[in-house]
Design a protein around this ligand. Structure first.
Ligand code: PMP
Length: 346
C-alpha cells in the first residue's frame, strides 16, 4: 500500500468523510520525492523522505507521540504533569503538540546555537524555554543536559522524556518510518541514509529495513565533521540537530554499515541547492544527509535505490543558511570583494 492510500484510509470517518480527528492523527506517512537535478551524473535513484510534512514540521513528531503514550501507560506522566526536555527545537515542537492536546505543561532547555526562529516556534506552541551555553562540557552544571536534570528535580510532577536514552524514540521509527519506506519503495530500497543526532532515526529505521530485507539494505549514517560518530571529539560545528560529543543510548552502533561525514560548508551548500534546484526548503541536517547520500550514490549503479531522510524544513534557518551575510561571516560563501582587491578573479 502506498502512502496516499494509507493516509486516505486512516482519515476515513464512520460517516464516509475524510478528516483528521485532531492534528496528531496527521503524524507520519510522509511521502518520498525523487531528486532530479543535484543527482546529475548519478545512475542510482535517490529518493528523499520529506519529514517537514509532519504537522510539527519534523521527524520528531513521531517520537513525541510514542514517548508520551508510553510514559502515560507507565504512570510516569500524570494529569497536570510537566514535560522537561533538553531539545534543539524539533523534539520540543513534537512534544509541545502532544502536550497541548493532553493538557501538560512543557519546559524546554536549548543550547544557545539554536536559531531564534526555532525558539519562538516553541513559545508559540505555549512552551517555556530555558537557554544554555553551547560551548561547555556535557558534565558542566551549565550544560543543557545538567540544567534539564536540575529542573526535573525542582518541578513537581516533572517527566523527562530523555530522547537520548528513551527506547521509544528508535521504536517509533522502527514502527513507522521503516515500514513506510519499505512499502513506498515496494521493497526496492537498497540504501538508507540519515543524519545521526540522538541516533533514534537511524537505529529504528535502519534496524527495521535490515530485518525486513534479510540484511540486504545498507544503512549509512551522516555525521557533521568533528562529531564522535565519524571519529571526532565533538568539536563545535554549526549544523543543528546532528552529531554528538558523547554516545547516546538511543544509538545502536551495530545498525549502520557505514558513517560518512560532511563539513558545514558542504552541508550548507547542498541545503541551498536543494531549495533552488529541487524546490525543497530544508534545514542543514537535511543538506548533510543529502551531501553524504550523494557521495555514496556516486559509487552505485542504476539498480540501486537510495532513500534519504530529511528531518526538517528550512524556515527555521532563514537567518543562517539562507542568509548570505551569515554564510559569508563563516567563510561559506565567497565574500564580496572589489575588482582591484588581491585574489579577485573575473
Ligand atoms: N536533524 C535535526 C534537525 C534534528 O533535530 C535531529 C534530532 N536531534 C536530527 C536531525 C537527528 O535525528 P536523531 O536524533 O533521530 O538521530
Amino acid at each position: 500500500m502506498n502512502t496516499t492510500e494509507s493516509q486516505h484510509r486512516r482519515l476515513l470517518q464512520p460517516d464516509g468523510m475524510h478528516y483528521a480527528q485532531n492534528i496528531l492523527d496527521l503524524i507520519g506517512d510522509t511521502p518520498l520525492v525523487k531528486l532530479n537535478r543535484v543527482t546529475v551524473g548519478i545512475d542510482a535513484t535517490v529518493l528523499v523522505k520529506v519529514e517537514y510534512l509532519n504537522p510539527g514540521g519534523s521527524a520528531k513528531d513521531r517520537i513525541a507521540v510514542r514517548i508520551i503514550d508510553a510514559a502515560e501507560k507507565a504512570g510516569l506522566l500524570k494529569p497536570g504533569g510537566t514535560i522537561v526536555e533538553p531539545t534543539s527545537g524539533n523534539t520540543g515542537v513534537g512534544l509541545a503538540l502532544v502536550a497541548q492536546q493532553r493538557g501538560y505543561r512543557c519546559v524546554f532547555v536549548c543550547p544557545d546555537k539554536v536559531g531564534e526562529d526555532k525558539i519562538n516556534v516553541l513559545k508559540a506552541y505555549g512552551a517555556e524555554v530555558v537557554m544554555t551555553p553551547t560551548s561547555v562540557a556535557p558534565d558542566s552544571p551549565e550544560s543543557y543536559y545538567s540544567v534539564s536534570d536540575r529542573l526535573v528535580e525542582e518541578i513537581p510532577g516533572a517527566f523527562k522524556p530523555d530522547q537520548y536514552s528513551n527506547p521509544n524514540g528508535p521504536a517509533s521509527h522502527y514502527a513507522s518510518t521503516g515500514p513506510e519506506i519499505w512499502a513506498d519503495t515496494a521493497g526496492k530500497v537498497t540504501h538508507f541514509v540519515a543524519g545521526v543526532g540522538t541516533g533514534g532515526t537511524i537505529t529504528g529505521t535502519g534496524r527495521y529495513l535490515k530485518e525486513v530485507s534479510g540484511g540486504r539494505v545498507q544503512v549509512i549514517g551522516a555525521d557533521p565533521e568533528g562529531s564522535v560518530y565519524s571519529g571526532g571529539t565533538g568539536r563545535p560545528y554549526l549544523t543543528e540537530g546532528v552529531g554528538e560529543d558523547m554516545w547516546p543510548d538511543a544509538y545502536d552502533p551495530s545498525v549502520p554499515d557505514e558513517i560518512l561525514s560532511a563539513t558545514d560548508a558542504e552541508s550548507f551548500e547542498v541545503t541551498r541547492r536543494l531549495a533552488r534546484e529541487e524546490g525543497l526548503l530544508l534545514g542543514g541536517s537535511s543538506g548533510l544527509a543529502v551531501a553524504c547520500a550523494l557521495k555514496k550514490a556516486r559509487t552505485l549503479t542504476a539498480d540501486d535505490v537510495v532513500v534519504v531522510l530529511l528531518p526538517d524544513g528550512g524556515r527555521g534557518y532563514l537567518g543562517k543558511i539562507f542568509n548570505d551575510d551569515w554564510m559569508k561571516s563563516y567563510g561559506f560563501l565567497p565574500s564580496a570583494c572589489s575588482p582591484d582587491e588581491p585574489g579577485h578573479e573575473v
